[in-house]
Design a binder for this molecule. Structure first.
Ligand code: FDA
Length: 311
């Protein structure tokens, strides 16, 4: 119930206004977001790479309603990749980028999918020049088919373009089977959006079982699995499964969010695993923050304190 209410709040302009103005909100934001600027993102990237972690940078923002803004988001990524390359942080995919299709135009009234694909292609070209990769984030279930189409359209030119599969969707095991092919990069997560029962598992246990099914398919296939979860049980299952199918440590990676289980991130990396941290930056952090609060009641104390103190 609470999770549903929070996810509904993430789409409300009125709640957004209250939360972004609240005095304590900033404390919560700095825990999950690198900062407002590319300088902040690069500073955090440098620090994480020095600690033996890998990074995926996300420029915060979604649901762009204007083609000029969509192009500006693509330009921000191109500039960021240029800076990562110049600073020696991108080579070999050490720092890559994650892109939301609605940030680069998917939701535009006219030619949204085409615009998004063109913008992603620009970002992929800049990433290739920098020696690194791009991964397409997955948003709500309406975006799944367009994202998979954009992926299929661009992979002939950019074979290492990756995508996200969310285990809460009933279709995901089939999607994983289709994507577990040579050269394909798939980030597997549980899913942070709402979806109707017909298309999504609603019970945590079902989502977790689906995750375990999907990770078995990906680890048993020929692609490059990116196992994005903080769940200790699933991380353990992944390790056991990877050993069972003879996966070398460099042939898959674990991923976690910036600010979540940092000690576990370091433990996995120091044990020889590839461990990537998803690092968001930018001033449009509202939707991202509310999704983080929705998945962990412990963070809600901060959130509620911010709301009360606006009163
Ligand atoms: P879950 O939230 O069920 O937690 C399981 C267990 O993990 C907990 O019981 C606890 O033991 C541990 N845990 C979780 N959070 C913790 C914390 N803060 N502190 C301590 N322990 C904690 N979603 C999406 O819909 N589209 C996307 O594109 C992406 N992209 C993405 C990239 C990356 C790199 C990650 C890690 C995640 C995403 N997500 C996402 C978010 C994802 O779908 C999901 O909402 C969160 O990762 C939370 O799910 P968990 O797998 O961590 O399990």
């Amino acid at each position: 119930m609470l999770r549903r209410a929070l996810l509904a709040a993430s789409a409300s302009h009125r709640v957004r206004g209250i939360v972004t103005a609240a005095p304590y909100t900033r404390d919560v934001v700095t825990r999950f977001v690198a900062g407002d600027t590319a300088d902040d993102a690069i500073g955090v990237t440098r620090r994480l790479l020095a600690e033996g972690l890998l990074v995926s940078l996300d420029h915060l923002g979604e649901h762009t309603a204007d083609p000029g803004q969509a192009a500006a988001v693509a330009e921000e990524y191109v500039r960021l990749l240029g800076r990562l390359s110049a600073d020696g942080l991108a080579s070999g995919g050490r720092a890559e980028v994650s892109v939301k299709l609605t940030a680069v135009g998917l939701g535009l009234r006219d030619h949204g999918e085409k615009t998004a694909a063109q913008n992603v292609a620009r970002i992929c070209a800049a990433a290739a020049d920098a020696g690194t990769t791009v991964t397409l984030d997955m948003e709500d279930q309406a975006g799944v088919e367009p994202a998979l189409r954009v992926l299929a359209e661009l992979r002939p030119d950019f074979p290492d373009l990756g995508c996200v599969i969310q285990s809460y969707l009933r279709r995901s095991a089939d999607d994983c089977a289709g994507l577990a092919v040579a050269g394909s990069r798939v980030r597997l997560c549980k899913g942070a959006y709402r979806a109707p029962d017909e298309v999504a598992f609603t019970r945590h246990s079902e989502v977790d079982r689906s995750y375990a099914r999907c990770l078995r398919i990906l680890l048993g296939g020929d692609g490059y699995p990116m196992l994005a979860t903080h769940d200790p049980r699933l991380i353990k299952i992944a390790g056991i499964r990877a050993d069972a199918v003879g996966r070398a440590p460099g042939s898959f990676e674990y991923q976690m969010l910036y600010g979540v289980r940092p000690a576990e991130q370091r433990r996995l990396a120091s044990g020889g695993a590839r461990m990537r941290v998803y690092v968001p930056y930018g001033s449009d952090w509202y939707g991202y923050l509310v999704r983080r609060l929705a998945e962990r009641p412990a963070n809600l104390a901060f959130f509620l304190r911010s709301l009360v103190s606006t009163g």
